[in-house]
Design a protein around this ligand. Structure first.
Ligand code: 16G
Ligand code: ZN
Length: 543
């Protein structure tokens, strides 16, 4: 068949649902899983074209992350494992909303022409596919496959059920020509974890047995069972996984998971006072977010939370420490946060002498900024983040490491270099990864001989409050300066300023959600009562 009729036939099988429109938001298309057939089919077409354009393998993952089990979504990963280049989003949007097969086909042909992609001329394209555990995932994955095969020469490779970060990692490795299967991923994590654990300075090995234990809330999603695989090859850490999504354990993301824990500040279901004193962690449904917590005695399941900001701080301290031992390895270290970062965290990081910058919410924005440094650390408060190392830095580290292992084997310096090497292997440089992040946290605490409490006490979070307000049109609100200021309607920012000025350490911002039809409000102040009342009064002005 020729390209045009292939597209027409395939599109006819996946009509756009009446009255719905879709948009490639912060993290791809999201909606109720039952209406996403046409969207995912079309995302398959976009992915195939993206592979043709880049001449490399790309990825497509079907997930709605921390959202309810009935939701689903789809996003595309570029050849380096990062989110699809933003310049392609308008096309993805147009295609998702094309009313009929004919207009869809015309859009594809025109776009291919504009992008100088030759269709049907013998080139090949390759898309790696994965999905999370949602019940609508299987059918949607089939739709993606059909979309991909409606582009001549494009091949879909179904990798089954994976965490989102696994898929991103595999795309990256595939294109780098390094080992890219799931067992390679597991092996890389457990090997580099072991290496880093073994590099702990002897004087810090004073942890008692309780500290070797970690309980993990898998959000009843895809991460729990993967962690159970990884933990088989791990020593020095006892991991107990709960909410793994197995029969009888509860619903995906319901009353559990990193999003719930971070926003509600309550222990997830399946945790109780018998877990008092034990370090706990929580993943989200597709395992790209991670937070830690500990139960508070006599508090009705309230928790002490360690969010993304504090994970970031731990990573930053550790890397800074190793670098300070290696004056022959100069590196520009940068930290990227969003407006949701707790003010106390930002102060803490700046006091360490670190360069801290802000971007709008959404991994693609943080990731892009972090790439500008030799070592770029980024985290959202919600627990999504990672560390990126530039190619130049990695090759310098490699040569410093080689030099030290021949001239000063066993020295403090050599160990510092080896620790950095282990970090570069343990952390997922494609995207934030709860499993790799969790192991890195554990290995760093072990290296530093730190208890959970010591980590908590790095700084005291300022009390904060998040609210959401349903509005007629959230796009009526326009923000600037990494979403910290409203520019339209102008009067709203003046009101926010007036309210904020009433509170000690007051800070407040308002932004339209990139994933839901709501406007979000964040307020922070010296006490919980004042954070609550600041958020509430601003919320009233948003309506
Ligand atoms: C998505 C983003 C997350 C962001 C959140 C904000 C990715 C992979 N995920 O989950 O980074 O914090 O959206 O949601 O980019 P909101 O715009 O609804 O507040
Ligand atoms: Zn997620």
């Amino acid at each position: 068949a020729d390209q045009l009729s292939l597209l027409l036939d395939s599109a006819a099988l996946f009509p756009l649902p009446n009255g719905l429109s879709f948009s490639y938001g912060t993290s791809g298309f999201r909606s109720d899983g039952s209406v996403l057939g046409s969207t995912v089919h079309r995302a398959g077409i976009v992915a195939a074209l993206r592979s043709l354009k880049t001449g490399s393998t790309v990825g497509l993952v079907i997930t709605a992350s921390h959202n309810p089990v009935c939701d689903n979504g789809v996003k595309i990963a570029d050849p380096d494992g990062s989110m699809m280049d933003q310049s392609w989003e308008p096309f993805a949007n147009a295609l998702a909303n094309a009313p009929d097969p004919n207009s869809l086909a015309q859009l594809v042909l025109q776009f291919a022409k504009d992008e100088e992609i030759t269709l049907g001329a013998g080139q090949s394209a390759e898309v790696l596919l994965a999905r999370d555990t949602r019940p609508t995932g299987e059918t949607l994955l089939e739709a993606a496959k059909q979309g991909i095969s409606s582009i001549i020469g494009a091949v879909a490779i179904d990798l089954g059920i994976l965490t989102t970060p696994e898929l991103h990692w595999m795309v990256r490795c595939w294109n780098n020509g390094t080992k890219a299967t799931e067992s390679d991923y597991f092996a890389q994590l457990s090997n580099s974890f072991r290496n880093l654990m073994e590099l702990a300075p002897n004087e810090n090995l004073n942890l008692d047995t309780v500290e070797k234990k970690l309980i993990v809330d898998g959000a009843n999603g895809v991460g729990g069972s993967k962690l159970e695989e990884i933990k088989k090859n791990i020593i020095g850490l006892e991991i107990d996984v709960r909410n793994t999504g197995k029969e009888g354990e509860g619903l995906l993301n319901e009353g559990c998971g990193a999003d719930f824990v971070q926003k509600e500040k309550f222990a997830p279901c399946g945790f109780s006072l018998s877990d008092l004193g034990i370090r706990c962690a929580s993943l989200d449904g597709d395992a790209d977010r991670l937070v830690f917590f500990c139960l508070i005695p006599n508090s009705n399941n309230k928790i002490e939370l360690v969010d993304g900001d504090k994970i970031l701080s731990l990573f930053a301290i550790f890397i800074q420490e190793q670098l300070s031992l290696l004056e022959e390895l100069p590196a520009r270290l940068g930290v990227v946060q969003t407006a949701y970062a707790n003010g106390a965290a930002t102060d803490y990081l700046r006091n360490l002498g670190l360069e801290v910058i802000f971007t709008p919410t959404g991994v693609k924005y943080l990731h892009e900024k972090a790439l500008e440094y030799d070592i770029g650390l980024y985290f959202e408060a919600n627990g999504h983040g990672t560390i990126l190392f530039s190619k130049e830095f990695l090759s310098q580290l490699d040569s410093v490491n080689r030099e030290l292992s021949s001239k000063l084997p066993g020295s403090k310096k050599q160990k510092a270099a080896l620790r950095l090497v282990a970090v570069t292997q343990l952390i997922n440089q494609a995207v934030g990864d709860a499993l790799s992040g969790l192991l890195l946290v554990e290995a760093i605490l072990h290296n530093k001989g730190w208890s959970f409490q010591k980590w908590c006490d790095l700084y005291q979070d300022l009390p904060s409050r998040q609210l959401k307000v349903k509005v007629a049109d959230r796009t009526a609100i326009l923000t600037a300066d990494a979403e910290t200021r409203v520019v339209k309607p102008a009067a709203l920012q003046e009101l926010i300023d007036t309210e904020t000025a009433k509170y000690t350490h007051g800070r407040c911002f308002v932004r339209p959600s990139g994933t839901e039809d709501v406007v979000r409000i964040y307020a922070e102040a010296a006490t919980q009562d004042s954070a609550d009342s600041l958020a509430n009064s601003v919320a009233q002005h948003v309506n």
